[in-house]
Design a protein around this ligand. Structure first.
Ligand code: DUC
Ligand code: ZN
Ligand code: ZN
Length: 466
């Protein structure tokens, strides 16, 4: 007689966004079909005694194979990026599809799908970066793409070539109002940054540290206030991504107090790095150049407080990897001469969950249910991944089994991405995902890769269930 389950994860401690309890999890045809005590036999069994059984992480903010300027190459494609994500306990990632100016969004998407198809170790879906909100993009393409399951788009208030002016942001938000899609905003004031860059250049202040001092907190706070105000004018919910500091958090709190629907996201770099990391000898500070930049201890505390008190719904990596010692990476010929030419972004898709688990759960700052909400369940709700993010009957069997007592020191040599360093090198971690299941298939078993590239599939999304 065939076993009643394809897979049983037996004897573990299951956590959801609301509860933590002892149970077996039974899987059939890629879905969770039963949760209970003493389940019958599975064709495959995983002994989870002493382990935590959590929904696979959903990292809703990663960049893979994204064009990043002349001569610069991102360190991860879909194969290496999703492999790294998988080893970090993730089963779904949401990378960005970048529309270059003059390009149609459909054309851009075709390219990203071609890169992802057959190469992914995790499930995936795409946010759209709107850099050219032409009448045809706003009037036809975007609404059609939302209907096709691309239900979120990001707009930038900084970067030449990407930034939208306030009128364009309003028009893009209006598409969200009409379609029910979500707008994510990168909040930094480009003109203020340019002014500060001019002053730094006049002073010959070109080292990586200047990346942080040309993008101070006020630049992010002002843009956050403006993004929230524009969303209020249009009357749409908005996602404020990669929030780094207390004054920006205060803007989110104030908007919510006015009755606005605001989703806040923060990332590991704002919890465990500071601007002092950009001071490294021999241009090593380039390893920490990302936007917004890491700040100071008070900002770290504010971000922790935001995680503890519900300001943040999402904890994402903003994995945006470039190699350090590489002419196509941080130390490109121009990047060696000025902070302005150091590509912006740091790797982190594999270390996101262990850092929050270790620094948050194991140090008593957040409980396990909140960890699950911040790293999986809320991402699924906000971005319309209806079959994911929860351990519940009927959901995709996307599960990460954690050893809460594992002790590791982060070493890039042990990670699986395409970069040549980790910004978190040397950080001591308690707790690590050891076995990862995607759609009922064991992909990583006790730290060994057993799944194949191509096992991860594209997932169309619904509108947010906010
Ligand atoms: N914004 C991101 O979201 N990621 C990397 C670079 C940036 O500016
Ligand atoms: Zn951004
Ligand atoms: Zn990003």
């Amino acid at each position: 007689m065939s076993a009643p389950f394809d897979l049983v994860i037996r004897g573990g401690t299951v956590a959801t966004a609301s509860d933590v309890f002892a149970a077996d999890v039974g899987v059939r045809a890629g879905r969770i079909v039963q949760i209970g005590e003493r389940l019958e036999r599975g064709a495959q069994e995983i002994d989870a005694a002493g382990r935590l059984v959590l929904p696979g992480g959903i990292d809703s903010h990663v960049h893979l194979s994204q064009p990043s300027g002349e001569g610069i190459v991102m360190a991860d494609d879909f194969e290496s990026g999703t492999r790294s994500a998988l080893f970090g306990g993730n089963t779904t990632v949401l990378p960005f599809c970048l529309q270059e100016r003059g390009q149609s969004l459909r054309e851009a998407l075709t390219g990203y799908h071609a890169l992802a198809e057959g190469n992914c170790y995790t499930d995936h879906s795409f946010h759209l970066i709107v850099s050219d909100p032409s009448p045809s993009v706003l009037g036809q393409e975007l609404p059609a793409l939302v209907a096709d399951g691309y239900t979120s788009f990001k707009v930038f208030m900084t970067y030449e070539g990407l930034r939208l002016n306030d009128g364009q942001i309003l028009e893009t938000m209006d598409v969200a109002r009409r379609t029910g899609a979500l707008v994510m905003v990168h909040c930094e004031n480009e003109d203020a940054i340019r002014y500060l860059i001019g002053r730094h250049e006049a002073d010959g202040d070109l080292a990586p540290r200047a990346h942080a001092t040309t993008r101070p907190i006020v630049v992010e706070r002002e843009a956050t206030h403006r993004a929230l105000s524009l969303a209020e004018v249009v009357d749409v919910p908005v996602v404020i991504v990669h929030v780094s500091n207390g004054p920006a958090i205060d803007e989110i709190r104030a908007a919510r107090a006015r009755g606005r629907k605001v989703i806040g996201e923060t990332c590991p770099q704002y919890l465990v790095l500071t601007a002092a990391d950009l001071d490294g000898m021999d241009w090593e500070g380039a390893k920490f150049v990302c936007s917004p930049p890491p700040r100071d201890k008070a900002s770290q505390d504010a971000c922790w407080n935001g995680l503890e008190t519900g300001v943040f719904d999402l904890f994402s990596s903003d994995h945006c990897p470039f190699r350090y010692d590489d002419p196509a990476g941080k130390l490109n010929p121009k990047g060696r001469t000025s902070f302005r030419h150091i590509p912006n972004g740091i790797p982190g898709v594999e270390t996101r969950l262990p850092i929050l688990f270790s620094e948050g759960v194991m140090k008593g700052r957040i409980d396990l249910a909140r960890f699950v909400a911040l790293t999986a369940t809320n991402h699924a709700k906000v971005y319309g991944l209806t079959a994911k993010g929860r351990i519940a009957v009927g959901m995709d069997a996307d599960i990460a089994i954690w050893d809460p007592e594992a002790r590791r020191t982060i070493r890039h040599a042990d990670l699986h991405d395409g970069a040549d360093y980790s910004p978190y090198e040397g950080l001591e971690i308690r707790g690590w995902p050891t076995t990862v299941v995607l759609g009922g298939k064991v992909m990583v078993r006790e730290g060994e890769l057993v799944g194949q590239k191509g096992d991860g599939r594209y997932r169309a999304r619904t509108l947010a269930s906010l």
